[in-house]
Ligand binder design. Structure first.
Ligand code: CIR
Length: 254
């Protein structure tokens, strides 16, 4: 998939008090900021123009911009994030996205949807039903995408936080899968690159132009992705992981 731009948002001081289920402890703010800066550098190395939004103290989780919109080559959908403390994040994102798209679509209550639950594979979307995305939200999403010629498959999640916590598409039919997706029938038509349970966090990786960006410290997964023919960039994500975030969550690529 070819991308030319990314939207990211700086980490606020309130970040350390954001939502999390990870039990990995409180993130170190300075370290988190440094990791975010390296993330931005990596996006640039991948050839993207990076649009950097300022931090917003009133939204601790707002650095995870992926959850607020779904951008494709022909449409932009502003989501309706399922966590109450995050829902207001869409206000700023709507204004920013508007500059790049003529017309915005939106998910509306009682439908809820987080972008982290949306995986695009060519002209097909997979949408996870999670604690953040409900069936009504997923169905609204499917109906919107249908207008643009895209199909959608709804995938109820068993354990994963978001759909993309456990699956990433690299292109060329190569799919990185972990946990409940390893044997999931819905992904049987793809070449599965299987992430071992101890490396599960590495399943959230991102293909950007000539590179695959993966979290640092997951050697087995790195080797498998390289063996499949990809050039890997590794990034230290420790302070992001503590808040349940992954590589995909930190940007909107389009
Ligand atoms: C949250 O709970 O919403 C944030 N702490 C983490 C969001 C991660 N986003 C993503 O996986 N797309």
């Amino acid at each position: 998939p070819l991308f030319s731009r990314a939207i990211v948002k700086k980490i606020s001081k309130s970040y350390v008090n954001g939502l999390t289920t990870s039990n990995l402890g409180k993130p170190d703010y300075d370290k988190a900021v440094a990791q975010h800066e390296q993330y931005v550098e990596a996006l640039k190395k991948c050839g993207l123009e990076v649009i950097v939004l300022e931090a917003d103290e009133s939204f601790p989780d707002s650095t995870f911009v992926e959850d607020t919109a779904v951008l494709t080559s022909n449409s932009a959908i502003i989501t309706n994030p399922g966590a109450e403390s995050r829902n207001g994040e869409i206000k700023e994102i709507r204004e920013v996205v508007k500059k790049y798209y003529d017309k915005l679509e939106e998910i509306q209550s009682p439908g809820f949807l987080d972008g982290g639950d949306v995986l695009q594979i060519d002209d097909h979307f997979y949408v996870g039903l999670s604690a953040r995305t409900n069936r009504e939200g997923a169905e609204q999403f499917a109906k919107i995408q249908k207008k643009y010629g895209y199909e959608t498959t709804i995938v109820p999640l068993e354990k994963f936080f978001h759909l993309k916590t456990g699956v990433a598409y690299l292109g060329n039919k190569d799919l990185v899968v972990a946990g409940e997706f390893v044997d999931h029938l819905v992904f049987n038509d793809y070449n599965k690159i299987v992430v071992e349970p101890v490396e599960e966090y590495a399943a959230n990786c991102i293909r950007i132009n000539d590179y695959v960006v993966i979290p640092k410290g997951f050697g087995d997964t790195k080797q498998k992705i390289e063996a499949a023919g990809y050039t890997v960039i590794e990034l230290d994500m420790s302070e992001i992981q503590k808040q349940d975030g992954g590589l995909s969550c930190l940007s909107l690529r389009f």
